[in-house]
Design a protein around this ligand. Structure first.
Ligand code: F6R
Length: 608
């Protein structure tokens, strides 16, 4: 995720900003920039690549005089990594500078509106609309301009703002993207994350949604969205740097699991307009969607598992035949690809060697390709004919959680759009699906809040030797991901099986006490899977069932039940995976494994 730092006080701002940004480097970024008020005007410096480049460019900040400034490390979302897309962004007179974390969902609409008013855009970012909107509303009172801007923008934002006409002040605003204010003896700071300010202060204020803060060198004031002053209590931070990087969570994996509700919102909300899926970004005409004969989904690891879910969703909802392939297999098996086929490559990093080679193979054969990718400007994103970004932000833990959840959302949106265009969904069905999608973030939050119960259960299995995950249909796809999560971070052997396949061999591995996680989220298949559970328990297995609220029938067959909230049958993976992620996490923790960096694994697999 992007990083924000701001400072106003008695010391030179630029070195403090660079130092603060360096403490946020672990979060990942592709470019960086500073804006400092030099006593006359706002000076701007930006650089693509490492922060070191910006430090060298500014001689560690020395070439940027001034005691008030804002800095940013950017993780590209709208627009590739480049100097022009790097923050801060200016209004046209270069008198208002803005740094932004988050996503402005209605930026295209606002951009059109502002262009109509004569504003010219110099970047592809969503952020630039904020700078121009502030300019448009600024009539001498920054608070008025900020509150009017807040009423117009939709989405998430944490903003640091400088107004040249108010040189002794620094402005901060947030909605659904974190921002803190720190008070130190030599000045005051803003930051998107605690580590950036720890060297200067442990006394911070957490800005809440739709609150504004005005900082001078000596004072800090807070306002609500109506511009009324509010009082806030500061918090003393007792985290060390290590804990601060993880936002107080013990591991990045846990932090990223907790970011899933926001990831789902960010990937979903900008693409839903008035109860319709809007994926204009793909530039795909209805005619092209109607002409698709077959979809080939190609990916590795968890991304492959997300693709496996998509097979059920695309086939069930849009009635398009789908093949799912491991990229390492697809690229060498001389796949049969026809003119009207669509190849979808799913990848968090966008750099996985096998997935990239599979994409190139498909392109060489002249078929249309679409990448579902998290890293903007990555190789797969650049080379695919079309790209749909998952806005999960940087993922640091090796085991993916939030990027996987975002991939599922991208797939649901594509499936709904394809189904609608091809006449497989009525208006009412689409509306009801979109309502269900909107409920997912809160439902995920609810499941995450149940972590103690899962931790308690997981602690009983830290010395398990083998664990099996079973399910039918989409539940089989969920089982595959649940099983991978467990084995990769806890080193416990585990396998996923289609529940109906057990008796063709695997059931001979079941011994007294073997743990089997059974997933039952597809109502039409409950009875069938319950029969399989009975076969397992009668051979000594201990069965943990993950099922929908209301399926109480399961309690007669399974030993332990975790209920997930009701959603549409196509979207259950987004909920059922949460307890399975938590289970793996707590088993790994209980065993004392290196949760974030499991042995032998790399985050991005750029070799074959
Ligand atoms: C598992 C995991 C891996 C990746 C796989 C593909 O937790 O993260 O299995 O899913 O290596 O990586 P990307 O999505 O970057 O292509």
């Amino acid at each position: 995720m992007c990083g924000i730092v701001g400072y106003i006080g008695v010391s030179q701002a630029a070195p403090i900003l660079l130092d603060g940004l360096s403490k946020l480097e672990y979060r990942g970024y592709d470019s960086a920039g500073l804006a400092v008020y030099d006593g006359d005007k706002i000076q701007l410096q930006k650089a693509t690549g490492r922060l070191k480049v910006l430090s060298e460019l500014t001689h560690d900040g020395a070439t940027m005089p001034g005691v008030a400034g804002i800095g940013h490390t950017r993780w590209a979302t709208h627009g590739a990594p480049s100097n022009s897309n790097a923050h801060p962004h200016f209004n046209r007179e270069e008198t208002i500078a803005v740094v932004h974390n988050g996503i402005i969902e209605n930026y295209l609409k606002l951009k059109k509106y502002l262009e109509g008013k004569g504003y010219q855009f110099t970047s592809d970012t969503d952020t630039e609309v904020v700078a121009h909107l502030l300019d448009y509303y600024y009539k001498g009172d920054p608070i008025e301009a900020i509150t009017r801007m807040m009423h117009r923008v939709e989405g998430s934002y944490a903003l640091g703002i400088l107004f040249q006409a108010h040189p002794g002040l620094l402005y901060a605003v947030r909605k659904d993207s974190p921002l803190i204010v720190g008070r130190s003896k030599d000045g005051n700071l803003i930051a998107s994350d605690v580590p950036a300010v720890l060297k200067y202060t442990r006394n911070v204020y957490f800005i809440e949604n739709e609150e504004i803060s005005i900082l001078s060198g000596e004072d800090i004031c807070f306002y609500n969205v109506d511009g009324e002053e509010i009082q806030k209590e500061s918090t003393a931070i007792d985290w060390d740097m290590n804990a601060a990087e993880k936002g107080g969570y013990e591991h990045f994996m846990l932090k990223e699991m907790y970011e899933q509700p926001q990831t789902v919102r960010d990937t979903l909300n900008p693409r839903i307009k008035e109860y319709n899926v809007d994926i204009e970004e793909l530039g795909m005409t209805d005619e092209e969607i109607r002409s698709i004969q077959k979809i080939h989904i190609v990916a590795c690891g968890s991304a492959y598992h997300a693709g496996f879910t998509a097979k059920y969703v695309f086939e069930g909802m849009a009635r398009i035949p789908v093949d799912v392939d491991l990229a390492s297999e697809f690229r060498y098996r001389n796949p049969i690809l026809q003119e009207h086929d669509l190849v979808i490559i799913i990848s968090q990093s966008g750099e996985t060697a096998d997935s990239l080679a599979a994409l190139r193979e498909a392109k060489n054969r002249g078929v249309q390709t679409l990448g579902i990718v998290n890293v903007v400007g990555s190789s797969i994103a650049r080379e695919a004919d079309r790209v749909m970004y998952t806005w999960a932000g940087p993922e640091i833990a090796v085991a993916t959680t939030k990027a996987y959840s975002a991939q599922l959302i991208a797939e649901y949106l594509l499936a709904i759009k394809f189904a609608q265009v091809r006449g497989e969904l009525t208006k009412e069905e689409t509306t009801s699906y979109l309502k269900d999608l909107h409920k997912l973030p809160e439902q995920i939050e609810m499941l995450l809040s149940n972590k103690e119960k899962i931790q308690h259960f997981a602690n009983r299995y830290i010395s398990a030797k083998d664990v099996f995950f079973v399910g039918r249909g989409i539940d089989y796809a969920i089982s595959m991901e649940g099983s991978l999560k467990l084995k990769e971070i806890s080193y416990i052997h585990s396998e996923a099986y289609a529940a109906g396949e057990l008796k063709h061999g695997t059931i001979s591995l079941i011994e007294e006490g073997t743990l089997v996680a059974a997933v039952l989220t597809q109502e039409a298949l409950y009875k069938k899977t319950i029969s399989n559970i009975v076969e397992l328990t009668s051979r000594g297995a201990f069965v943990l069932a993950v099922t929908n609220t209301g399926n109480t029938e399961i309690e007669k067959a399974a030993d332990y039940v975790i209920y997930i909230p009701q959603t549409n049958r196509w979207f259950t993976n987004s909920l059922a995976i949460i307890p399975l992620q938590l289970f793996s996490y707590y088993v790994s923790l209980g065993k004392g494994c290196d949760v974030d960096k499991p042995r032998n694994l790399a985050k991005s697999v750029t070799v074959e």
